[in-house]
Design a protein around this ligand. Structure first.
Ligand SMILES: Nc1ncnc2c1ncn2[C@@H]1O[C@H](COP(=O)(O)OP(=O)(O)OP(=O)(O)O)[C@@H](O)[C@H]1O
Ligand code: SF4
Ligand SMILES: [Mg+2]
Length: 357
């Protein structure tokens, strides 16, 4: 199947405004990022704060201009489009942010906020717009009565549902979700994740799902890209990445995820150390300063992303094939915290209903 989105060697640098590294120094915040996804995939981009996730997400819509690289969407080279052509293209690619309040005008009623893009792109005759708004509200679990309320009258979870309805209003092929549940309570997180999964099944939407939290992407992602200091260090199908991670950083991220078992030895481990400065040139493995497996060869050159069985997984680690077997978390339900059990229950319901795989 032809990929819906192909990204090749995406790169972004920022000039330093001055300070310690001096005016004119450049920080390389995204380096040679490549991935592709097919229609219906959910590609999770995971990594710590500052690893470049939002920059990549925004580059996909050209809200941030890449320095180099190719973004091909449905076979179209997005970087070759004029600003006007790109504006039209944004109907096909939408973005949802962590804080939906920021993207909703507090003075505009919700129904109007959802109707606006429908009118702008002339997606329905004028007299059918209201009906479409009600349909979209229903799709995200809200009712007609919500249409006449203002953003401040909604909870965080409801506001995120509204942001999703607004994104869906233009019938996009791809939605970039940038930390869409990070600001929400755990049980509300599960509901919004289930909604995204349900919409994927019903409407065939494709997601690039950005998160710093492996637990959040675990049940939604079909493919995962692990980003470290601006570069992908492991990519592959979700079950491979979660079941048998082959890059020490992926393992570290998983260890930093809250365990379902309170007080278990794998309970959230802090990720020690700092990523390398984006200003300094790098001639060795970027994870070396934090890696417990480092050998001399790791300091001689930066390892490229290479195939590590089972295909199509790739990892940028010299020792990926010889790391000890990974011990996955034990799902001992009797010991789980109530919040985790609740979340797992919701996910199971969604899976039983065929809403997620
Ligand atoms: N406009 C900008 N000018 C200069 N530096 C920037 C700019 N935008 C982002 N950066 C830098 O690029 C790096 C990556 O930022 P980005 O926001 O993409 O990270 P992130 O992975 O989304 O982090 P978080 O999880 O905190 O949202 C950071 O070091 C950030 O300071
Ligand atoms: S290449 Fe070496 S330093 Fe880098 S992650 Fe692998 S073992 Fe660690
Ligand atoms: Mg971000």
């Amino acid at each position: 199947m032809n990929p819906l989105l192909t990204v090749e060697n995406l790169t972004k640098t920022y000039a330093s405004p001055g300070g310690m590294f001096g005016r004119g120094a450049t920080a390389r915040v995204v380096s040679g990022v490549s991935f592709s996804l097919a229609r219906g995939d959910t590609f999770a981009l995971v990594g710590e704060s500052g690893s470049g996730k939002t920059t990549i997400g925004r580059m996909l819509l050209r809200l941030v201009e890449p320095d180099a690289g190719i973004i091909r969407f449905n076979g179209i080279d997005l970087r070759a489009l004029t600003p006007t052509e790109m504006r039209h293209m944004r109907r096909r690619i939408q973005i949802i942010f962590q804080d939906p309040y920021g993207s909703l005008d507090p003075r505009v009623r919700i129904g109007e906020a959802i109707a606006e893009p429908i009118r702008l792109h002339r997606l329905r005759p004028r007299d059918a717009v209201r009906e479409r708004v009600i349909e979209l509200l229903a799709l995200v679990g809200l009712s007609e009565s919500h249409a006449d309320r203002f953003p401040h009258e909604f909870s965080g979870g409801q506001r995120q549902r509204i942001a999703i309805a607004r994104a869906l209003a233009v019938e996009p092929d791809l939605i970039v979700c940038d930390e869409p549940v990070s600001a929400l309570d755990l049980s509300i997180q599960a509901q919004v994740l289930n909604l995204l999964a349900e919409l994927r099944e019903r409407l065939g939407v494709t997601y690039v799902f950005i998160s710093h939290d492996m637990a959040v992407v675990r049940h939604l992602a079909s493919h995962v890209g692990v980003l470290y200091a601006g570069r992908l260090v492991e990519t592959g199908p979700a079950e491979t990445i979660f079941g048998d991670p082959r890059h020490p950083y992926t393992r570290m991220l998983l260890a930093a995820t809250p365990s379902p078992v309170p007080n278990a030895s794998r309970e959230r481990q802090v990720i020690a150390g700092e990523p390398p400065s984006p200003f300094a040139p790098l001639d060795h493995c970027r994870f070396a300063s934090r890696c417990g497996h480092v050998i001399d060869a790791c300091l001689a050159a930066e390892p490229p992303l290479t195939d590590v069985a089972p295909a199509p997984r790739r990892a940028a680690c010299l020792r990926s094939a010889t790391l000890e077997p990974y011990k996955a978390l034990a799902d001992s339900e009797a010991l789980m915290s109530e919040a985790y059990r609740h979340r797992l229950g919701l996910l199971r319901q969604a899976r039983a209903a065929g809403q997620i795989r």
